[in-house]
Design a protein around this ligand. Sequence first.
Ligand code: GSH
Length: 224
Amino acid sequence: MEVYVKSRSGYPTVRGDCPFSHRVLLTITLKKIPHQVKLIDLKNKPAWFVDAFPKAEVPVVHFPEGRKEGPEWVSGSDTICDVLEKEYPEPSLRLAQGKEAEVGSKIFGSFVKFVTNADPGKEAELKDALLAEIKSLDAYLRQNEGDYLGGARVCSVDVALYPKVKHVCVAAEHYKGLQLRKTFSAMDAWMKAFEESVETEDTYYPDEFIVEGWGPKVGLPVKL
Ligand SMILES: N[C@@H](CCC(=O)N[C@@H](CS)C(=O)NCC(=O)O)C(=O)O
């Protein structure tokens, strides 16, 4: 299986900072699925990629000949992770309880609105909206038993949310001066557990990649 992910901004041969690609790589790594990583430079997309995928977004996965279901290209992290869960059910990343399904689901959208805001009159309102979402995640984790959103074992919601929350924490500190991990300690403990037990060299990228990636978008409303 080939996995196409974002390269580092300005470094086409280095794996980059896309939270959706990160989610797929985490899923593949947890499930120990044999794969090859291929990089796409989003500033210089190959013609075949743009022709094949109208949205021209990563991640994209290519299942080769020899797969039981046949060769196939699959795009979109939701669809990719659903297919991987079905075809590689062990270890299971299915939700443990169900109540964790929607936890933190509005954080990334609130963050994008805040970090790309160009209107000083809206700054406080957008900051408060993001803080309210983070506070709600922190409160959930505080009353939760176990290191992860569904309890003792990591599930697909942790794997989808952690990469986004990492972006939020790193970029909000660098560009907006918010120290979210220091303020929200239950969220910080969840992130530390994830970093120590789930993240590996094959999935990790340094904070500076995130800072570089968001730089051109800060204060510049963009459709993501
Ligand atoms: N809904 C998609 C979103 C993927 C996405 O937005 N990827 C970004 C990189 S982080 C992308 O490829 N953007 C295209 C571009 O920047 O041209 C998914 O879940 O996979």
